[in-house]
Design a protein around this ligand. Structure first.
Ligand code: UGA
Length: 436
């Protein structure tokens, strides 16, 4: 089919490239001219493993094109996918301005019957509202039918997730539209759930909120494991073997970050409040997460008594590995808190150094390698489980510190760290230096 995709961020670009890969003819459109120029020359504007190669292949096979001209993108499209951002607005709710503009643009430009598929994460009721905006702006007497099709891919494994998703959710009251979308996705062989529009919108929020809940829950259990002498990895493994619980998203650490969980949890809380309801569990999830992000700072403060003048090396800055995304990364709050305590903060990340500079306070000194950041440090905080930090060869590097006191916020350092007498190791949810 001929498909137009509006928005070339993570969701839009990955969707576009993957739909091209399964045989569709895709045109991606974005208002950002620089981005479109980059993409037209085969360059992916963000770090996402595997995406660049797949984009190259689809460009060679002429199944994907990029433009800033919506009229050209929509001209022959049988379906228009919208994947523009819905960043957090000042009131804590998603800012829908970009979506509204796209809806108006679609109304003004479409000259034939088309279906519009909204992938952006939007508050319940928004898809119907956008359908009205499109209808109000139509210039030609055509039919535009709207469906909700929320996205479940993760940054860092976005391509894999697109091909190996657990489900595709299609929210529409129109059986024909559901059939067309099912046909678009058919080559992926992923189970499809057809619901009404509002339920599809809610599935997205409830799923992210539930995953965030799992993380806050396991983090609280980890803290208790420290107090009571249990080992969180064993506890999580034992829990996860119960298929009703499931083994995924039970990795304890320094809390969740990123552009999705914090924003979506807030939005769902906001929606509940507006409708006069209360989501008490989710309120606690958010509170626990805020506290957990400060866990290493508290541990270091109690270990050293006073953090003034201590040189602390942050290892890993992005909100998780395999992405350069710094949005809502725990490293940001941790760096600010350490500076407030009077510590000297230095940092290193294998991929997100450029992004990190624009997000971190200017006082944080960035180094090009872990060795440089560690040299002369009094303590190290491991904040992102980049593969580099997990290798046995990384452990001896910790000796470059003045005092090798290591707080591992992701429990990711290789077990050989426990045998290194020069390193004082503080993991999460285990007794100090306890072997697994
Ligand atoms: C998340 C969801 O996993 C996707 O399904 C969803 O499509 C996406 O949000 C979105 O709404 O667009 P993402 O934010 O890319 O994906 O990253 P995750 O892998 O889910 O990780 C989120 C945060 O949770 C990270 O900070 C990660 O370190 C943390 N996490 C994850 C844990 O602390 N423990 C875990 O066991 C898993």
């Amino acid at each position: 089919m001929r498909i137009a995709i509006v928005g070339t961020g993570y969701v839009g670009l990955v969707t576009g490239v993957c739909l091209a890969k399964i045989g569709h003819q895709v045109t991606c459109v974005d208002v950002d001219e620089d981005k479109i120029a980059q993409l037209s020359s085969g360059e992916v504007p963000f770090y996402e493993p595997g995406l660049g190669e797949m984009l190259d292949q689809q460009r060679k096979e002429k199944r994907i094109a990029f433009t800033v001209n919506p009229g050209a993108a929509f001209a022959n499209a049988e379906a228009i996918f919208i994947a523009v951002g819905t960043p957090q607005g000042i009131d804590g709710m998603p800012d829908l301005q970009a979506l509204i503009t796209v809806a108006q643009t679609i109304g003004r430009h479409v000259q034939h019957d088309v279906i519009v598929v909204i992938k952006s994460t939007v508050p319940i009721g928004t898809n119907t509202f956008l359908a009205q905006i499109i209808a109000e702006h139509l210039v030609h007497p055509v039919s535009v039918r709207v469906a909700s099709n929320p996205e479940f891919l993760r940054e860092g494994s976005a391509v894999y997730d697109t091909f190996h998703g657990d489900r595709i959710v299609i929210g529409t009251d129109d059986a024909e539209v559901a059939g067309i979308l099912a046909a678009i996705y058919e080559p992926l062989h992923i189970p499809i759930l057809h619901t009404d529009i509002r339920s599809a919108e809610m599935i997205k929020y409830a799923s992210n909120a539930f995953l965030a809940t799992k993380i806050s829950f396991i983090n609280e259990i980890a803290n208790l494991c420290e107090s009571l002498g249990a080992t969180i990895e064993d506890v999580a493994r034992g829990m996860g073997m119960d298929q009703r619980i499931g083994e995924k998203f039970l990795r304890a650490g320094i809390g969740y970050g990123g552009s999705c969980f914090p924003k979506d949890v807030k939005a769902l809380l906001g929606m509940a409040e507006l409708s006069g309801d209360q989501l008490q569990i989710l309120q606690a999830v958010e509170r626990v997460n805020r506290k957990q992000q400060m866990r290493l700072v508290e541990k270091a403060a109690s270990r050293f008594g006073d953090l003034r003048g201590k040189r602390i090396a942050l290892l890993g800055l992005s909100f998780k590995p395999d992405t350069d995304d710094m949005r809502e990364a725990p490293s940001l709050g941790i760096a600010a808190a350490l500076l407030e305590h009077g510590a000297q903060v230095v940092a290193y990340d294998p991929v997100s150094m450029n992004h990190a500079r624009t997000y971190l306070p200017a006082q944080v000194e960035l180094f090009e390698s872990a060795e440089q950041a560690l040299a002369g440090a009094d303590a190290a905080f491991v904040l992102t489980e980049w593969q580099e930090f997990t290798l046995p060869a990384f452990v001896p590097k910790l000796r470059a510190m003045r005092e090798a006191v290591v707080f591992d916020g992701r429990n990711c350092l290789h077990d050989s760290v426990l045998e290194d007498d020069a390193v004082e190791y503080h993991p999460i949810g285990r007794q100090l230096g306890k072997k697994l």
